[in-house]
Design a binder for this molecule. Structure first.
Ligand SMILES: Cc1cc2nc3c(=O)[nH]c(=O)nc-3n(C[C@H](O)[C@H](O)[C@H](O)COP(=O)(O)OP(=O)(O)OC[C@H]3O[C@@H](n4cnc5c(N)ncnc54)[C@H](O)[C@@H]3O)c2cc1C
Length: 420
């Protein structure tokens, strides 16, 4: 069997890539090891993903099925400061909202859409390795649901296997991002109160003092909550803590006790969850951030989390996944047209993706180090800077022409250079 493109994984990256390539008329097989719907983290989306959902033809259905997110609210439990960023105030005014989604439903919708567009979607198929011809990847070896191995040959292989990062592990090109060795404890709750109207779908990011600040540097070790409301009565609650916190709280017990210990340290989280009911025992995700040095080669590319993952602080993962998938599809299409799927063709795409991702990394760094946190809560912030921050919170980092993003990149670099 030979197709134009084989895609490993049916998360947002894999499904968007499959849908876009089908729209471009390419033959696609998508292999997904799970059966959907399946649980996944990554529930808060960004406005800048909407043009991608629109382009592949699912935006109307997403608009119907999920709660609209108009802004992001930050709470600093250390001193009671609050700030709300409204996406309508971003520089790009075209996309004034995003969505909060149960990923089981969202990912299934995207996967079924790719299938409707003609992708050969196979659930319960696990890709074991890339198929090599010299240095070139020419497809994959995969196990079907009965455990039988198959060779699937393709001109291009797309690794969208998420944090399994098939190709990155095979090429040994992952590396840790310093100081982002965080851990998340999380569950879904019913009964978390939420405001009415447009505020109902906002994400709440709640900062709490998990460890005393460093007496000399003033550095903050970085504990925060996500509180993500879904359409209906369910709310996702997660605590993100540093490794030092784990060490000093490990004696308290398992994930449920750790999540509760974090809630006990936060007045806002305590208030929001005091009459709420946990739907299932808390789960844990640890030390999830990494860079990938090489995201393409002859006959293959890695997209989404398979190409690297940064801290979830600004809800960037699904956006990077869908944007990298959407953008690379055109490059793959051109490579197929010219019968030349060589590594060099992907250089601009690699640069474009990296520039955006590194902007997010700089912002996350400046937040944990402190300076960006202070800007978020500044009492009289300059209008331009506030719009720049709102734009970055909207996911608008993949533009290199705008003056505001160039200016913001310089500022973030300065903040990080000065901070301890
Ligand atoms: C604590 C935490 C909180 C987060 N919060 C947010 C958030 O609020 N907003 C946000 O945007 N992002 C968030 N993220 C990130 C988000 O989860 C990911 O960035 C996003 O899911 C990436 O999409 P993807 O398609 O690249 O990978 P995935 O969604 O992981 O999909 C990969 C798919 O590949 C399949 N697969 C893996 N290996 C194989 C194989 N060998 N063969 C076949 N199939 C395979 C998997 O089953 C999976 O379905 C969070 C992440 C963490 C850790």
């Amino acid at each position: 069997m030979h197709v134009d493109v084989v895609i490993v994984g049916g998360g947002p990256a894999g499904s968007v890539c499959a849908a876009k390539l089908r729209k471009l008329g390419r033959s696609v097989i998508l292999l997904e090891k799970e059966r959907f719907p399946r649980f996944h983290l990554g529930e808060s989306l960004l406005p800048q993903s909407l043009y991608i959902l629109d382009d592949i033809g699912v935006l109307d259905e997403v608009r119907d099925r999920f709660i609209w997110k108009y802004g992001a609210r930050f709470h600093d439990d250390r001193d009671g400061r609050k700030a709300r960023f409204v996406f309508a105030n971003a520089f790009d005014e075209k996309w004034p909202h995003a969505f909060q989604v149960e990923r089981s439903k969202f990912d299934e919708l995207l996967l079924r859409h790719a299938s409707k567009l003609g992708a050969d979607v196979r659930e319960g198929w696990t890709v074991k390795r890339a198929l090599m011809q010299g240095d070139r990847v020419v497809g994959v070896v995969a196990k079907d649901p009965e455990g039988k191995e198959h060779e699937i040959r393709a001109t291009m292989t797309v690794d969208a296997s998420g944090r399994n990062a098939l190709m990155a592990h095979a090429t040994r090109s992952t590396s840790k991002i310093p100081k982002l060795d965080k851990t998340a404890f999380y569950s879904h709750y019913t009964g978390v109160p939420r405001p009415d109207g447009e505020l109902a779908g906002d994400i709440d990011i709640v900062i709490f003092e998990e460890q005393p600040r460093d007496k000399i540097t003033g550095a903050w070790s970085g504990g925060w909550f996500w509180i993500i409301p879904f359409k209906g009565a369910t709310t996702s609650v997660g605590a993100v803590v540093a490794s030092e916190w784990i060490k000093s709280n490990r004696h308290k017990g398992g994930p449920d006790e750790m999540l509760q210990a974090a809630i006990d340290q936060s007045t806002t989280a305590t208030d929001l969850t005091k009459n709420a009911t946990k739907q299932w025992p808390a789960r844990v995700e640890a030390d999830y951030s990494y860079r990938v040095g090489r995201t393409c080669g002859d006959g293959w590319v890695s997209i989404g989390d398979a190409g690297g993952f940064i801290d979830p602080l600004f809800s960037t993962g699904a956006h990077i996944a869908m944007r990298s998938a959407w953008k690379v599809s055109d490059v793959i299409d051109a490579a197929l047209r010219d019968a030349d799927p060589s590594e060099a063709r992907f250089a601009d795409w690699v640069q474009d993706t990296r520039t955006g991702v590194e902007t997010f990394i700089q912002a996350v760094d400046a937040f944990y180090k402190g300076p960006l946190l202070e800007y978020l809560f500044a009492e009289n912030p300059r209008t331009v800077l506030r719009r720049s921050i709102t734009s970055i919170l909207s996911g608008d980092v993949f533009t290199s022409e705008s003056i505001w993003i160039r200016d913001l990149r310089v500022r973030l670099a300065e903040m990080n250079a000065k901070a301890p």
